[in-house]
Design a binder for this molecule. Structure first.
Ligand SMILES: NC(=O)c1ccc[n+]([C@@H]2O[C@H](COP(=O)([O-])OP(=O)(O)OC[C@H]3O[C@@H](n4cnc5c(N)ncnc54)[C@H](O)[C@@H]3O)[C@@H](O)[C@H]2O)c1
Length: 257
């Protein structure tokens, strides 16, 4: 077990018990970290509140990642309650439904804007807001979640693939900006997992099936396996790693056919 005791972390992107961010939150809490969790709207607050109740002393705060005001309020709340921050997990992503079932050619200007704003720009805005809190701790670790659709075409992944390409490039640019302040920025590229966000992608179960058949490990990944990799990237054990996209996908990405 990697040790996060005495550390404070922010986890953005918990919607329900199937959320990848929730699996990471549970692992981080088991490793001794004290956590702040966010909810994007009043509709999801109850869900997050119920899950957070199973953690030790969690901090709960609203944060729609499309709002600079809410991001700034969140950073101020964490500063007041925790007095600094050691790690941040970014697990927010969204694209309007039609963009995940129509051909990519039909992507609307507004759908493109929203997908890139919520799923990629939010990493920049949130990291900028919490970087001073990490500096108070002498550095920190930022982790986001991406998918191979950034690089290869998956049916109906569409504008989310474009958003993930922007997200992965942002990981590299942020790592370069923040490295001198000892803040590391990395991503996990997870294999497909049936979550709320995944359910929005038309034909998602056929992606799961192809991974099962073609990945070197001949199986899909589990939430706990992504969480274990996340623990490594959040902990001291990965202290020389930044700007990296770590593949946690049963090896699927190495397959030629
Ligand atoms: N499930 C997969 O197959 C898979 C694979 C690779 C990467 N990912 C990525 O993992 C991350 C987490 O997704 P998940 O699969 O756990 O699904 P999820 O639906 O549980 O999580 C997505 C989260 O984004 C949040 N969100 C959406 N719009 C928001 C906004 N405006 N402000 C704040 N939060 C907002 C949702 O509330 C939700 O908590 C996403 O970035 C997703 O793209 C998922």
């Amino acid at each position: 077990m990697l040790d996060l005791s005495g550390k404070h972390g922010l986890i953005v992107g918990v919607a329900n018990k199937r959320s990848i961010s929730w699996a990471i939150a549970q692992a981080a809490a088991a490793g001794g970290a004290q956590l702040a969790l966010t909810y994007p709207s009043a509709r999801l607050e109850e869900n997050v509140r119920e899950l957070a109740a199973t953690l030790q002393n969690p901090l709960l705060a609203p944060c729609d990642v499309a709002s600079d005001e809410q991001i700034n309020d969140l950073a101020a709340t964490i500063d007041r309650e925790f007095g600094g921050l050691d790690f941040f997990v970014h697990g927010a992503a969204f694209a309007p439904q039609p963009e995940l079932s129509n051909p990519y050619l039909q992507t609307s200007r507004e759908g493109f804007r929203v997908a890139l704003d919520v799923s990629a720009y939010s990493l920049v805005a949130l990291t900028r807001a919490i970087a001073p809190l990490m500096e108070k701790r002498g550095g920190g670790s930022v982790l986001t979640l991406t998918f191979l659709g950034s690089d290869r075409v998956f049916p109906n992944y569409n504008v989310m693939g474009v958003a993930k390409a922007a997200l992965e490039a942002s990981v590299r640019y942020l790592a370069a900006d923040l490295g001198p302040r000892s803040i590391r920025v990395n991503a996990i590229s997870a294999g497909p997992i049936k979550t709320l966000a995944a359910a929005g992608i038309a034909g998602f179960s056929s992606i799961l099936q192809v991974y099962r058949e073609r990945a070197p490990l001949r199986r899909n990944v589990e939430l706990a396996e992504v969480a274990d990799a996340a623990m490594f990237l959040l902990s001291h054990a990965s202290r020389a790693i930044t700007g990296e996209v770590v593949m946690v996908d049963s090896g699927f990405h190495v397959s030629g056919i």
